[in-house]
Design a protein around this ligand. Structure first.
Ligand SMILES: [Zn+2]
Length: 255
C-alpha cells in the first residue's frame, strides 16, 4: 500500500475540493481491497452517483469515501442532516471509508473502514442551519462524529501512517459483523453501551457501568429503565463474544 497519493491526476481541476476528491478517490481505486470479502480491488462508480463512490466487483458491497486534510480524524462534514438520519433509519447507507491526509505532500495518514450497521443517530450531529441570507437559507448539514463510533466499528486500515496487516483487518471485520443488529433502536442501545464498555478497564463491574446512567439517559430520554437496559445490552455483548461474565456483577472484555 503506497501512502503517497498521486497529485498529477488532478492538475486540470481548479477548485481545491474537486482536486481533493479526484486525488483521494484515485488513491482508493489503486490501493484499497474490499474489506468485506477480501477482493484485491474495488471499483469507482460513474461520477455524481448520489449514493456511493465505490463498489466491489466481487461481492457488490458499496462504499462512500469521506476525506479531510490534517492529522486528526475526529469528525467529518456530510450532507443534509435529515437525509442522513433517514438513510440510517432505513438502513439505506453504504459502508464508509474515512481518510485524513497530510498536505502539502498528500500523504495518507489515517484510513478507517466503518461498516454501515455502525451508523446510528448518536453519531450524527446537527450543524447550525444556514443563515436567512444564504442561497440555501435554512438548510441544515451534519457532522459524522467518528469518536462516538465504538472501536469495534472503526476498523483502522492505516493509523497514524502505519498500515494494518490484512489478516488483522479481516479479523476485525468479522468481529464487527458479529455485532450486526438489524433493528435500529436495538442497535443504537447496543453501540451506546459498547462505547461505555470501551471507556472502562479490561475487567469492570456493573456498578462502573451504572456510572454512565446520565450519559445514556441523555441519548435515550424516553427510556426510564436505564439500568435494566444496560444489563440487557451486556448480555447481548456476552452472546456476541465481546465480553464475558466472570462472577456476579463482574465482566471481562474478550476482544
Ligand atoms: Zn467484496
Amino acid at each position: 500500500m503506497n501512502l503517497q497519493m498521486d497529485i498529477n491526476s488532478a492538475t486540470k481541476y481548479k477548485s481545491n475540493s474537486q482536486k481533493a476528491r479526484v486525488i483521494t478517490e484515485q488513491w482508493v481505486t489503486e490501493n484499497m481491497f474490499c474489506p468485506r470479502c477480501g477482493n484485491e480491488q474495488i471499483s469507482h462508480f460513474e461520477n455524481n452517483r448520489p449514493v456511493a463512490d465505490f463498489f466491489c466487483p466481487n461481492c457488490d458491497n458499496q462504499y462512500e469515501l469521506k476525506s479531510i486534510s490534517g492529522a486528526h480524524l475526529a469528525k467529518v462534514n456530510d450532507g443534509a442532516y435529515s437525509t442522513m438520519i433517514d438513510r440510517i433509519m432505513s438502513m439505506n447507507n453504504p459502508d464508509f471509508f474515512f481518510m485524513s491526509y497530510l498536505k502539502p505532500n498528500w500523504i495518507v495518514h489515517n484510513f478507517f473502514f466503518v461498516p454501515k450497521h455502525f451508523f446510528t443517530p448518536s453519531i450524527i450531529s446537527k450543524r447550525k442551519p444556514l443563515s436567512p441570507n444564504a442561497r440555501r437559507a435554512g438548510w441544515t448539514g451534519c457532522h459524522i462524529l467518528l469518536e462516538e463510533i465504538p472501536q469495534n466499528g472503526r476498523i483502522s486500515i492505516i493509523e497514524n501512517g502505519h498500515v494494518t496487516p490484512k489478516k488483522d483487518i479481516v479479523k476485525k471485520v468479522s468481529i464487527a459483523n458479529a455485532l450486526f443488529v438489524a433493528d435500529i433502536n436495538n442497535r443504537g442501545w447496543l453501540f451506546d453501551v459498547l462505547l461505555c464498555v470501551e471507556k472502562l478497564k479490561n475487567e469492570f463491574t456493573l456498578e462502573e457501568m451504572y456510572s454512565f446512567d446520565n450519559e445514556l439517559s441523555k441519548l435515550h430520554p424516553s427510556n426510564n429503565n436505564i439500568r435494566p437496559k444496560i444489563r440487557q445490552q451486556l448480555q447481548i455483548l456476552r452472546d456476541k463474544g465481546i465480553v464475558e461474565f466472570t462472577s456476579r456483577g463482574k465482566y471481562r472484555k474478550v476482544v
